[in-house]
Design a protein around this ligand. Structure first.
Ligand code: ADE
Length: 231
């Protein structure tokens, strides 16, 4: 998969070098390209924002640097026919494991990291004819910009690319994989600070362990995330 990231803070993406995604990049499973939006500006101050039409607080990102940067990405012969443009925004559709899985099957994702009050709407409107544009929200809270949200999405999507996580079994029994939160996990020692590992996990009875884990998933989900359960 190819991932392009457009940002005024390329430094945020240095962390793509570490851990599983760093390895995926080294092995060629994942190619990432970080583009500094200011590189296409021509004025002395490398301006990327301006005041909003209609008034109001804050600044809006100007369409021209976005247009030039996205045009250049599309003109790259290695770009796919129709990439997905992800626009992180608290006004987007919720990011879920289902969305992560969908996006992990794409050839190319472009993350448009907005700052300030967002990007001039015409950027999404224009590129919708050449890309699949998806405004996506990480949750019902406001971040300062799209960089941290993009990193979270890239990690969630990247680990679903076949080969990125060494043992694919570890992707199966996770929270949200079957619509439930995951069960609690324990390792050695069997007693720690007077707290014992649940007896059933030491029993060697695989059916009993599976049943216990499923019960724990249901109990946890009911208590913490009842909205995930069917009526
Ligand atoms: N940018 C600012 N807030 C955000 C959020 N909650 N999700 C995605 N991108 C954002």
């Amino acid at each position: 998969m190819r991932i392009d990231i457009v940002t005024i803070f390329p430094e945020f993406f240095a962390t793509l070098d570490v851990s599983l995604l760093g390895k995926a990049r080294q092995s060629g499973l994942l190619q990432t390209h970080v583009h500094d939006l200011r590189d296409v500006t021509t004025d002395k101050h490398r301006t990327v924002d301006d005041t909003p039409y209609g008034g109001g607080a804050g600044m809006v990102m100007k369409p021209e640097p976005w247009g030039d940067t996205l045009d250049a990405i599309l003109a790259d012969p290695d770009s796919s026919q129709r990439p997905v443009l992800i626009v992180p925004s608290p006004a987007g559709e919720p990011f879920t494991q289902v969305v992560a899985k969908e996006l992990s099957q794409e050839e190319q994702l472009i993350f448009a990291c907005g700052r300030y009050e967002g990007i001039d709407q015409r950027v999404s409107d224009h590129f919708a004819t050449r890309m699949t544009v998806r405004p996506i929200s990480l949750g019902d809270y406001v971040l300062n910009g799209g960089e941290v949200a993009s990193l979270a999405m890239i990690e969630a999507i990247g680990r679903l690319i076949p080969g990125v996580v060494g043992n694919p079994d570890s992707l199966v029994e996770e929270s949200h994989e079957d619509g439930l939160l995951e069960y609690p996990s324990y390792t050695k020692p069997a007693v720690w600070r007077d707290l014992e590992v649940p007896q059933v996990l030491l029993s060697g009875n695989h059916a009993a362990i599976a049943a216990w884990r499923h019960e724990q998933q249901l109990e946890r989900t009911k208590r913490i995330r009842p909205d995930l359960l069917p009526e």
